[in-house]
Unconditional design. Sequence first.
Length: 150
Amino acid sequence: MAIVRWLDPFRDLTGIQDRMNQIFEDALSRSRGRDEGMRTGMWTPAVDIYEKNDFVVVKAELPGVEKDQISVEVKDGILTLRGERKLERDVKEESYHRIERAYGSFLRSFSLPVSVDQDKVKAKFKDGVLEVELPKKEKTKPKQVKVDVT
């Protein structure tokens, strides 16, 4: 009996959406007069989001992005990552045979799965990976108040 691998049908839809977004971005960047063949404009870094006991953790792959080009913002339950990977100009464009790496700005926003303490968010950037640690808000405990009836 052959083993059949089960595939998530929605995983393919995400890939199709990402590809369609890239097609439209490529078309728009060419119509704006940008360098033909240079992958500039918006690009989308890969992101993982998961929960630990007391934290939500977001990891984003940002190879080639300088630390001072990254912005992390949390507002009203939305985490926004933005930044820019600068185009390397040490090689003349006509010397290239192929350019596949994307350059330019990125912007990713995510609805957080739980309420977080915005004042205690920590971010670190190492080896091209941004890790954002968002502490969960403590749940408010119901308080019982005794009312004297007279």
